[in-house]
Ligand binder design. Structure first.
Ligand code: B3K
Ligand code: ZN
Length: 848
């Protein structure tokens, strides 16, 4: 298959002024008529339209049906020869037929539980009609939908609604990837919002009958998002109506279609009995993310898909800031950095490493990655640190003013910052164009009142990119006295050289440095072995909450790595955790994060980063042993904490009770190692909310006494798809490694394992792969099971199969036996006949 390259970009030679789409819905034979007003921009250009899997019924230019000789059709589209086209604006009319019920890839127009819905990003619109399916072709859409469904929705504002027919006009020009259509027997949970200029917007969350009682939280989150974007970015909503639809079969989280967001029902529906605290937080964040795209993505979109992080990095940055404002900022930052390390650093250390702005791809759906999203957001955060809060707001104001209605590039984005701040960002641009996580080494020196920090940066080679130039790195630094007081205000050092020193003068004592506060840049920080930081001191005293947590994480990693190689738990870490448990002043949610040990996958990654090959079995044992050591050392305090953090009264998903629950459950997880799961069983029996019920279920399973609870849970929730997804996942993530595969093999036989549903497939398979030592069984049976299922899913749903193949991206970390077993599965996948373009690109990249 063809590789697409950024350097090949050519503008489209026609302007599409307006498109009218008429749909006659039918599960097996939907008719789509398209009329497009096209203005040639260059003389004598052929007209290329994308189209896949369409049955062409008619094609006409200005009413004249084209002869077969006037155009050429292929598997991927249609070309109308220049000679068949007028020199001035003309109308192109097509009629095609498609079969939504047969669409298992869930891209284009498809059906879910009898309802019609669409997913067009990135290149799904071409499965609906012939069209220039590229983001830099923006047009105004006028859509008519005819069908039996009671509710017929599309983008923009409704202009006509009658039984069996609806008409929608979207006044804002948009690329085809933002098109959406929904039709079904839906009910709405409704509200309204008055914008800052006093316009009234109707808000609706459309769901299947029975689900409308679980929409209140999402609706309120939407209102909070709308208010926040007005207050923080000055951005107002621009249509009379904002619709959200919940869909059970969806390849990813949600989609920002103009005025008609479509959501995986998992990220909309919430009730205390069925959603956990973290579900509530994610729902709020995803509702915000999709809403924020209305300006960063829709009003200003991407010129081509290489620029994807222009909209995704910025919008993730915006949703992270929103959640930080709604909840506890430092806690949110720690969660975000943990996710960045778990997903993006992992990706960047392996064969799939790519720049936030890639310069080639075969299948763009394979680039909706942690690097594009989460690292993209970190880059925006670094820009903000370089220009300051006001400079950032000025730059964003200029971005909206200059580029509203355009399809832009990373160059446009950086130019806005350069023009508004006067800074030169040429070196900074390497963050977008270069792959890999820089390693930052630091050493220090103190002499005659002068303290010197010396940094060295190095970014390893990545696939297709050799030696890398130095990056422009903002390093936030604090200096502490020996009593833990801040000696200076946090200072942003700007590193631009491969090796660079920074000097602090007039100090009366050698300070304790607190480096990379707030995780000011996405790098791996390594300390010169001569002067390691006093992590226990920083965990106790750092005024920067992120670095306090980070010090604890560093200690935990050090001790668990030593234990995996036969050592004992580090008493200074055990003591530091004891002090934290007894420190009544610390925030519960923050404490909970400090009590949570790094995951086995993260421990494996740390070993790999340190040049050692991780042994999954030893890692599992060491982590369990460390948890047991903590529990034994602090049993009374943990037990007291467990009781003290019980939340009384009816369940509320707010940050404060959620933080208490998280601390209580962190204590429960440690105590489980010594009480055999007794507390967890009692909590499972008593819980009135999903947060505690699910966490308790995980702990009894982990303690090896979970069978009865699993059966009870299944009986109670078998009719609820979203809750059953949790049931499938938790027993695999929590079970003993040597039982994970047999459990997974049993679960695929369960009548409720509907493997064609992406959520259910992901729950089971990702749950299994998340059982680190279970997946990485040394006999390779875990790899084989997983690969078998990817190969089964691929012909139906290539996007999900390709995405989930990243379970194998870490092969290079492990011993030669595991390496060759994992590579053998990748090779078996790669050689499968008829493999999708998606999975074929992924397996080839992973094989290297
Ligand atoms: N923009 C969509 C993701 C589309 C994924 C296409 N494979 C959701 C989001 O980032 O908001
Ligand atoms: Zn997005």
């Amino acid at each position: 298959t063809l590789t697409k390259r950024l350097s090949d970009y050519q503008p489209y030679p026609f302007e599409l002024e307006m498109v009218r789409l008429d749909f006659r819905l039918d599960p097996d034979a939907t008719q789509v008529r398209a009329r497009m007003a096209m203005r040639p921009l260059r003389a004598a250009s052929a007209l290329e339209l994308d189209g896949e899997g369409l049955v062409l019924r008619k094609i006409a230019v200005d009413g004249r049906v084209l002869a077969a000789s006037e155009y050429t059709q292929s598997d991927t589209g249609l070309v109308i020869h220049a000679a068949a086209l007028p020199a001035q604006t003309f109308t192109l009319e097509t009629e095609v037929e498609i079969a939504p019920a047969a669409n298992t890839a869930l891209e284009g127009l498809y059906m879910s539980n009898g309802m019609y819905c669409t997913q067009c990003e990135a290149e799904g619109f071409r499965k609906i009609t012939y069209y220039p399916d590229r983001p830099d072709v923006m047009a105004r859409f006028h859509v008519t939908v005819a069908g039996d469904a009671p509710v017929l929705l599309s983008n923009g504002n409704p202009v006509a609604q009658e039984t069996g027919r609806a008409e929608w006009v979207d006044p804002w020009p948009k690329p085809a990837y933002l098109f959406a259509l929904v039709a079904g027997d839906l009910v709405a949970h409704s509200g309204s919002f008055t914008t800052m200029s006093g316009r009234e917007v109707a808000l609706n969350i459309w769901v299947r009958k029975g689900d409308e009682t679980r929409c209140a939280f999402a609706l309120e989150a939407l209102k909070r998002s709308m208010t926040w974007d007005e207050q923080v970015y000055g951005r107002e909503y621009d249509l009379d109506i904002f619709n959200i639809v919940a869909v059970d079969d969806f390849n990813m989280g949600a989609m920002e279609n103009k005025g008609l967001n479509i959501f995986n029902s998992k990220w909309v529906l919430a009730s205390p009995e069925t959603a956990t605290d973290s579900d509530y937080e994610r729902i709020e964040g995803i509702i915000a993310h999709e809403y924020f795209h209305n300006w960063t993505g829709n009003r200003i979109t991407c010129r081509d898909w290489f620029q994807l992080c222009l909209k995704e990095g910025l919008t993730v940055y915006r949703d992270q800031s929103f959640t930080a404002d709604m909840r506890l900022g430092p806690v949110k930052r720690i969660e975000d950095v943990s996710a960045l390390r778990a997903r993006q650093f992992r990706e960047d250390r392996g064969p799939l490493s790519h720049p936030p702005r890639p310069d080639h791809y075969k299948e763009i759906n394979n680039f909706y990655t942690a690097t594009v999203y989460e690292k993209g957001a970190e880059i925006v955060g670094m820009l903000r640190q370089l220009v300051g809060p006001q400079g950032y707001r000025d730059a964003l104001d200029l971005y909206f003013e200059r580029h509203d209605g355009q399809a832009c590039t990373i160059e446009d984005w950086l130019k806005v910052f350069e023009d508004s701040s006067g800074r030169d960002l040429r070196q900074f641009k390497h963050w977008y164009t270069d792959a890999g996580t820089p390693r930052l080494q630091v050493s220090d020196d103190f002499k005659d009142g002068t303290y010197t920090l010396e940094f060295t940066q190095k970014t390893d080679q990545t696939p297709g990119q050799g030696d890398k130039p130095a990056r422009h790195i903002p390093i936030a630094v604090g200096l502490l006295s020996d009593t833990g007081a801040d000696l200076i205000e946090t200072k942003i050092l700007e590193m631009t050289e491969p090796r660079q020193s920074f000097v602090f003068e007039g100090l009366s004592q050698r300070p304790v440095p607190s480096i990379l506060r707030g995780f000011s840049a996405p790098v791996v920080l390594e300390f010169d072995t001569g002067h390691p930081p006093d992590s226990a001191f920083l965990l106790a005293h750092d005024s920067d909450p992120f670095n306090r947590w980070e010090a604890g994480r560093r200690l935990a990693l050090q001790t668990v790595v030593a234990m995996a190689q036969g050592g004992a738990a580090d008493p200074s870490y055990v003591a530091a955790i004891g002090a934290l448990i007894k420190d009544g002043a610390a925030d519960p949610a923050f404490c909970a994060l400090c009590l949570a040990l790094p995951s086995e996958d993260q421990i494996a990654q740390a070993l790999h980063e340190a040049g050692k090959s991780p042994d999954p079995v030893a890692i599992h044992r060491a982590r369990e042993a460390l948890a047991t050591a903590l529990a034994n050392a602090h049993e009374d305090a943990l037990s007291a904490l467990y009781d003290a953090m019980a939340v009384s009264g009816p369940y509320r998903p707010d940050p404060e009770p959620a933080g208490q629950r998280s601390l209580r459950l962190a204590a429960l997880a440690l105590l489980r190692r010594i009480d055999g799961g007794a507390r967890a069983q009692a909590l499972f029996d008593a819980a009135d909310n999903m947060t505690e019920s699910l966490a308790a279920l995980g702990q009894v399973v982990a303690a090896g006494v979970g069978e009865a609870a699993l059966a009870t849970f299944r009986d109670r929730w078998q009719g609820d798809r979203l809750v059953m997804d949790k049931w499938f996942a938790i027993q695999l993530t929590a079970s003993a490694p040597d039982q994970a595969l047999s459990r997974a093999e049993k679960l695929v036989q369960d009548p409720l394992f509907d493997w064609k549903n992406p959520n259910r497939f992901r729950s089971l398979m990702s749950g299994f792969a998340a059982n680190h030592a279970g997946f990485h069984r040394v006999d390779g049976a875990g790899y084989r099971f997983y690969a078998d299922w990817l190969l089964r899913l691929d012909p139906l749903n290539p996007q999900v199969a390709a995405r989930m193949s990243t379970a194998f991206e870490t092969w290079a970390r492990y011993d030669l036996t595991r390496q060759s077993l994992m590579r053998a599965e990748l090779a078996r996948i790669a050689q499968t006949e008829g493999l999708s373009r998606d999975l074929s690109e992924m397996s080839a990249r992973m094989l290297g």
